[in-house]
Ligand binder design. Sequence first.
Ligand code: NAD
Length: 366
Amino acid sequence: MQIGVPKETAPRERRVALAPDSVARLVKAGTKVVVEHGAGRESSFTDEAYSTAGATLGSAADALNSDVVAKVQRPSATEAGSLKSGAIVISLFQPASAGDVLPVLAQRSVTALSLERVPRITRAQSMDVLSSQSTVAGYKAVLIGASMMPKFLPMLTTAAGNIAPAKTFVLGAGVAGLQAIATAKRLGAIVSAFDVRPAVKEQVQSLGATFVAPDAIAADAEDKGGYAKEQSEAQQKRTAALLHDHLKQIDLVVTTAQIPGRPAPKLITAEMVADMRPGSVIVDLAAETGGNCTLTKAGETIESNGVLIYGAVDIPSTVPTHASQMFGRNVLTLLQHLIKDGAITINLEDEIAGPMCVVYQGQLRA
Ligand code: NAD
């Protein structure tokens, strides 16, 4: 069996689907891995590192002509047309917007596994790229915010006087938010956080941050999958009043709140921004799904009343070495689950592969 790793072609995508450490494990298990020349360059993995790991270097066509193709972003229509008939392709697909590619995959009798659809069960945690890449995003959001701020994050005691620590607020404390809290704490900020799910309060506090507005959390805020549900109108109003007050004293806000399959909840209004201190910064990690701040523009930094609002996009790609290493480990664990006796089989009854399968042997299932 041959696994192909083509170079990513999407704009601004600097990651690679398998880093050399994961390639080495596949090769050791008896799989042939073909990596496109330069596939790891943007992530600082040289062709030599892949050769040492046991991979064969080749062209894009060589990598695409494999039994299994591992990618970060879904294949373009051109790439899809170059896949081997009957191949399996594994990537982030964003199936809702993949209308141009999925029919091409179907025509080629391909099976496509969408990494966004790894079920959130304990057994599949190590295959979950949304979690691993959220960890990267939460970390980097704080660094981006810190570098946009006109202030220090830590408290400093110097001959030129004492500097008070900055106040950081993390809105939405799931995977990205908890990593943002930990990063801001390490940088010496005073950190507070809010989330609607009750389980989060203790997690926030165990990281040394204060949980804001514990009265606004609701016992029924979490669905069976561990995700947040949309708040009722009354809950939203209560939360808004509490957040409005809290934001007046904050220097750096990192927002991460998401509802699966829905636009991001609008939690910070223009009125709240108008009451924030000039020089404060909002890094909105929910920008790609509409933003948690009503003023957010995806991919842009805007200024309102002296407050900078950055609509963060493609953040994991800005930490490509470790983002790829973690992504690759997730893909490796998935492959280890799917490969039996040197061959890969997709069983639609399987509780992990079944929900991930958006095209099965040419049949559209998205
Ligand atoms: P996410 O990206 O969907 O959302 C980020 C956070 O925003 C969540 O914590 C959510 O509760 C919060 N949020 C939503 N609406 C909000 C609002 N109105 N106000 C404030 N916060 C709001 O979620 P995520 O970070 O990917 O994961 C959520 C949880 O799922 C994790 O904390 C974890 O417990 C669980 N999880 C489980 C697995 C697994 O078992 N395999 C994998 C990943 C995550």
